[in-house]
Design a protein. Structure first.
Length: 340
């Protein structure tokens, strides 16, 4: 795995064949760990250098891009390493499969009461070897936060899946990392809703085309205003590309001026040598003085640019464990009005 920076924001280049071993390596690490699904909106937020969020992204153990616009930005800047774009639902299922295969523990955080109960039942049925050591609803009042943190700390699960109802999203676990023992935190907003069959996940075709934003706008029309930060992202890419080209031109200009100055210096030396030889002839006894030949080599600095071809790696379609439980989700809006 390799970590690159796009407009100052870190992104991991993790191949599908490396994903399993990388996740198991993270599980074995002591202390607080975090996996981040990086959307274009989180990317733009990290570009603004907001202190806590930037530290959260930079400190994450695994940063997986989920937006096509991030990959387009890497291609536009002609970077050598192209990240792989992952579907967050598929990766969550793959991580849960690893937890199930290695008999690890799991904690579910988020959602309403009925949503959480259905999701827990379906996860237990699909991954029977993954022991669920705790669960807690989202949308909890601030005075209940200490109980949530204590429950996670005492359970010390291998993986904590954070879903809807946690206002700070990825920042919630990061800002409280000193209060957790050793767990991997993964935030995926629609996870428990999909597991409970309350909401329907984005289809594979829609995700591959990069049109999942329309699905989000359909459920929240206010997201149409995301066009303004997206324009800022496009302008930043253009500026970065133009700025790099300008820097290269300045460097070449400096090399040309240096070579010209060296040529003028050598010409002046030759002129001085000629003048001194004339003086020697005039001061002699009529005998021709021995002439000396001075060879001067003037090097012209030439810079040859090399074209670096960017290699585009197409992600392989992997066999992933799934269940009929998560294939035909239905919408149950009555859950949204239940209070815990």
């Amino acid at each position: 795995m390799k970590r690159i920076e796009l407009l100052g924001v870190p992104v991991d280049v993790c191949r599908p064949e490396e994903l399993e071993s990388e996740f198991m390596r993270i599980l074995e690490k002591p202390g607080f760990k975090q996996v981040v699904f990086l959307s274009i909106w989180d990317f733009i937020k990290a570009m603004n250098k907001k202190k806590d969020f930037c530290k959260c992204i930079e400190g994450a153990d695994l940063i997986l891009p989920i937006s096509k616009s991030i990959l387009s930005g890497v291609k536009f800047l002609k970077m050598a390493d192209l990240p792989i774009r992952y579907n967050p639902f598929d990766i969550t299922i793959q991580f849960l499969s690893l937890i199930d295969q290695h008999y690890r523990t799991l904690f579910l955080l988020g959602g309403r009461k009925r949503t959480l109960q259905k999701a827990e039942s379906n996860v237990h049925e699909t991954f029977p070897n993954a022991r669920i050591v705790g669960r807690y609803v989202g949308y909890f009042p601030k005075e209940s936060e200490a109980d949530v943190v204590t429950a996670i700390h005492k359970a010390s699960p291998s993986l904590v899946v954070v879903s809807e109802g946690i206002k700070e999203k990825n920042l919630w676990a990061f800002q409280r990392k000193e209060r957790f023992s050793s767990s991997v935190f993964l935030f995926y907003n629609d996870c428990l809703g999909i597991f409970s069959k309350r909401i329907k996940r984005v289809s594979e075709k829609t995700f591959e085309r990069g049109n999942e934003i329309w699905h989000e706008i359909f459920h929240n029309p206010f997201k149409l205003f995301y066009v303004f930060p997206f324009i800022y992202y496009i302008i930043s890419l253009l500026w970065c590309r133009l700025f790099n080209k300008k820097s290269k031109d300045v460097k070449e200009t400096q090399e040309d001026s240096t070579s010209e100055s060296s040529m003028s210096t050598d010409s002046q030396i030759e002129a001085d040598d000629g003048a001194s030889s004339n003086l020697d002839e005039q001061s002699g006894d009529g005998k021709p003085a021995g002439s000396e030949t001075v060879d001067s080599n003037v090097g012209n600095g030439e810079s040859e640019g090399e074209d670096i071809g960017s290699v585009v790696h197409e992600p392989k379609k992997e066999q992933r464990k799934s269940s009929k439980t998560f294939q035909t989700p239905k919408i149950d809006d009555t859950d949204d009005f239940e209070l815990v």
